[in-house]
Design a protein around this ligand. Structure first.
Ligand code: CDP
Length: 227
């Protein structure tokens, strides 16, 4: 090891299934620490959206990988811009989530998005959420967390979120969709969703967002105190 090398900025990697609340928790932890925040799911979503706009089939792996290198999405707070157009709302629909989950199973597409994600590791630090943040993108993360909740609780949360935004939603359909997405994310061979041995489990079924955020901050302080 080169002891003169500048240490890389710290990373808190939060992985977990759909609608577990990891995005909300990650964004609040980032705000609390003054760190950057990377919503890696949004990168998959915006790439799927760009593919649909360009007429690229969601199973055309080489063309999707080329498209992923080519596009320049810009993330500004909760808004996402693609070629100057605000696409935050359209990429956060359930349909866009399904399209993202389909292209996310393709190894060449994932490889094409790797550097884009790693480039966001900037001082003073990064909090990121996704499926493979701790296992593939930032294997040397300072703290790795697997954040989950029961499928029923996650469906309830997603339902509430959609209704609050004024969208139509069916709890039964959401639960079925979540189960299908979990199965696809966990069964794929490229970067499957799984808890790595070095990740702390945070089950938020009975926790408020504030309690989950406080737990992540406690773990982070404990980890950095012993470094
Ligand atoms: O919160 P939700 O799971 O609905 O969506 P998301 O986190 O925005 O991710 C959308 C899809 O992208 C997921 O279903 C995953 O299949 C995929 N994804 C991934 O494969 N790897 C990541 N690091 C993030 C998302």
């Amino acid at each position: 090891m080169n002891s003169n090398a500048t240490p890389l900025p710290p990373v808190i990697a939060i992985d977990g299934p759909s609608a577990s609340g990891k995005g909300t928790v990650a964004a609040l932890v980032a705000r609390e620490l003054g760190f950057h925040y990377l919503d890696s799911g949004a990168i998959y979503r915006v790439t799927a959206h760009a593919a649909q706009q360009a007429g690229v089939a969601l199973d055309d792996e080489p063309e999707l990988a080329r498209l992923a290198h080519r596009i320049e999405p810009r993330f500004d707070g909760v808004e996402i811009y693609l070629d100057g157009a605000a696409v935050g709302d359209v990429v956060r629909t359930e349909e866009a989530g399904r399209a993202a989950s389909r292209i996310a199973a393709l190894p060449a597409l994932r490889a094409a998005l790797l550097e884009r994600q790693r480039a966001l590791r900037q001082p003073p630090g990064l909090v990121t959420d996704g499926r493979d943040m701790g296992s593939v993108v930032f294997p040397d993360a300072t703290l790795k967390i697997f954040l989950t909740a029961t499928a029923e609780e996650r469906a309830q949360r997603r339902y509430k979120q959609l209704i609050e935004k004024g969208f139509d939603a069916s709890l039964a359909a959401l639960l079925q969709d979540l189960r299908e997405r979990d199965a696809r994310d966990a069964a794929r061979s490229a970067a499957p969703l799984r808890q790595t041995a070095d990740a702390a489990l945070l089950d938020t079924t009975n926790l408020t967002i504030q309690q989950a955020v406080a737990q992540v901050l406690r773990w982070y302080r404990e980890t950095t105190a012993t470094l």
